[in-house]
Design a protein around this ligand. Structure first.
Ligand code: AMP
Length: 355
């Protein structure tokens, strides 16, 4: 866990009246809705103004807004936010807007283990973690001259698939590569994509048991990515590339999905291994995390990425998923997070799930 001492920070808190807070974007409607269902007050941090669209969704609207000039300023307001008994639920945009460094030193109780960011944002460390857990990742191609099948080229720091490109030959790679931008080359895995939404509780033993705590699978989605997912309406990718139209991988939405049931044991084995390895490496990936996978024609999973907090792919499941329905009706990831905070508070275990 980070250097911030949670118990010290919580001494000034009225722990009977926590306020669940997040940045007004990404999965905020779901987080606020889930927190409300569990009886929490909610607070939305927004830049410049109250976002009007929340008025159209009263059950996903935060009870209060906290307006800042710039997301990076959130660190300056920690004292004010602590006076409101705020517990932060970070999502992908929260971390991106605030910046990793600011996020790591934010003096507010934050759901999950912030140390995970170091392992998730550095591609080498991420590989060390996931391969250390015996997961299969797409092969990395070190020498572009060795490209002899489709590869995906990822620039460092590229977010949400923006700026990735696909190449099938060295020649194509050379033509497309932007100079002076660090990149990695990965085998383009053929198969179908599944984004698996897990929840790991280090303090509850009522699900798939691990060495410490237990694991749930709350849902899964497939991302809708423009233009790759629909470009074939205009012609084959090869045809389009000939006239200089290249597919892109920018996420625009999420599609609900279920997987053949016989694959579920593998899904749990992967989740288990990822958590066990994380406990060994940095104290554990706590709460929600997502494995981004491709299932090949041999029904093998290849994992190309991990997101160590609530992902927007959980948004189709505000009132439960075909998996969470077997845990509890109406259980979203946002609600599950709120339940974990409530449970930990009751058992005086908040220091195990907040950082
Ligand atoms: P990422 O930003 O790593 O989540 O990647 C963005 C998108 O690119 C993914 O959602 C996939 O559609 C695609 N992608 C990334 N890596 C691979 C890979 N190794 N093989 C096939 N598709 C990939």
């Amino acid at each position: 866990m980070t250097k911030i001492n949670i118990n010290d920070m919580l001494t000034s808190y009225d722990t009977k009246h926590f306020t669940i807070a997040t940045v007004c974007s990404h999965s905020s409607l779901q987080i606020f809705n889930g927190a409300k269902k569990e009886g929490f007050k909610t607070l939305g941090i927004s830049v410049g103004e109250i976002k009007k669209f929340y008025d159209a969704f009263p059950l996903g609207r935060p009870d209060e807004f906290f307006i800042v000039d710039n997301y990076k300023d959130i660190t300056k307001y920690s004292e004010e936010l602590r006076e409101k008994n705020v517990v932060v639920i970070p999502h992908g945009s929260f971390v991106e807007y605030l910046g990793a460094e600011n996020f790591l030193k934010l003096e507010l109780p934050t759901f999950g283990n912030r140390d995970v960011l170091i392992w998730e944002s550095d591609r080498k460390k991420e590989r060390q973690w996931l391969e250390g857990a015996d997961l299969t990742m797409p092969k990395e191609i070190k020498d572009p001259k060795q490209i002899n099948k489709p590869v995906i080229v990822k620039y460092h720091g590229a977010k949400g698939g923006k700026g990735f490109f696909v190449a099938k030959t060295f020649e194509e790679f050379r033509k497309r590569l932007e100079k002076n931008k660090p990149y990695i080359i990965q085998e383009f895995v053929m198969g179908t994509r599944y984004y698996l939404h897990y929840f790991y509780s280090p303090i509850q033993n009522n699900a798939y048991k691990l060495s410490k705590g237990s694991l749930q699978l709350l849902s899964m989605d497939r991302r809708d990515e423009t233009t790759i997912d629909e470009v074939q309406r205009l012609g084959s990718i090869a045809e389009l590339e000939e006239i200089g139209i290249h597919p892109t991988f920018v996420v625009t939405g999420n599609i609900p999905i279920v997987m053949r049931e016989s694959l579920l044991p593998k899904v749990f084995k992967m989740g288990e291994a990822v958590v066990e390895k994380s406990l060994e490496l940095f104290g554990g990936v706590i709460g929600s995390f997502c494995l981004e996978t491709v299932v090949t024609e041999d029904l093998e999973f290849k994992v190309f990425e991990i997101s160590a907090r609530i992902v927007a792919g959980t948004n189709p499941y505000v009132s439960g998923s075909p998996y969470s329905e077997y845990i509890q009706p109406n259980l979203s990831t946002g609600r599950r997070i709120a339940q974990e905070i409530k449970f930990a508070n009751k058992k005086s275990l908040l220091h195990k799930i907040l950082s």
